[in-house]
Design a binder for this molecule. Structure first.
Ligand code: SF4
Ligand code: SF4
Ligand code: FES
Length: 239
């Protein structure tokens, strides 16, 4: 890393290690160990849009890139992908895919619901461009095929790791909104189809009935030291 304290010789060595990348068509020299996101900050960009968790979970930093001389178009998350020499970058912090409006409490978990809110699901060509673009390595084509069959549970299962980055939609020749279709399926599955957890329902009923209210009030009245002491003395389940 180049700092103000470096000697001229150190600076020359550090600069020799820098690699060229292109942000919005302009060349910047950056250290080769940085992620795209950190390289953009190194180059002086202040990330306001197109950044969120910085840990590969939120999907805000979708990025398309090409390497000079290579015709292939690549996709990745800016916070997870390390820069390469002569990388041409384009950030896609938001992709304008269609999103249906609905009240999940008024829907039925049926294929008709899926097809009426997202009729375009039936237009999928099965080309697989979406699967190639997905930084989560989700088989997007497979969950779209499940969607065409109206199999809500399978769409929910296959799309479980989707982070809504939008890269699949950016590549789709059928103009699908894959991730919005998938989140509808996960919502329907979670609300209506997933097996209920009886012990969770019992615990919620206990909480609602006020069974723990006195204990919570007592804890809220304690000084920090007493809370720490109680925390340390708590029962811990054996591993
Ligand atoms: S890119 Fe579009 S058309 Fe191709 S498989 Fe994926 S959803 Fe279907
Ligand atoms: S399925 Fe689409 S939106 Fe979800 S992570 Fe993969 S590319 Fe991103
Ligand atoms: S900033 Fe959240 S996935 Fe990259």
């Amino acid at each position: 890393m180049v700092t103000e304290q470096m000697t001229e010789q150190q600076l020359e060595v550090a600069e020799a290690e820098l690699i060229p990348i292109y942000i919005m068509g302009k060349q910047y020299m950056v250290p080769p160990t940085l992620t795209i996101m950190k390289a953009m900050e190194w180059a002086g960009y202040k990330m306001i849009r197109g950044v969120g968790c910085r840990g590969g979970f939120c999907g805000a930093c979708a990025t398309a890139y090409r390497i000079q001389g290579d015709p292939k178009l690549y996709f990745g998350l800016a916070c997870q992908t390390v820069v390469q020499p002569n990388m041409y970058l384009a950030q896609l912090p938001f992709f304008p895919a269609r999103r249906a409006s609905y009240d999940i409490t008024k829907l039925e978990p049926t294929p008709t619901t899926l097809f009426s809110l997202y009729p375009e699901v039936l237009r999928c060509l099965g080309c697989g461009a979406c699967t190639k673009a997905c930084p989560q390595e989700i088989d997007v084509r497979a969950y779209m095929a499940a969607g065409m069959r109206g199999d809500i549970a399978q769409v929910a299962d296959l799309s479980f790791d989707c982070i809504m980055c939008g890269l699949c939609a950016a590549r789709c020749p059928a103009e699908e909104a894959q991730y919005n279709i998938a989140i509808l399926a996960r919502r329907l599955y979670g609300r209506y189809l997933a097996p209920r957890s009886r012990h969770l329902e019992e615990r919620l009923e206990e909480i609602a009935s006020g069974r723990f209210r006195a204990e919570i009030e007592e804890l809220k009245s304690l000084a920090k030291e007493e809370l720490v002491a109680r925390y340390k003395a708590r029962d811990i389940e054996p591993k």
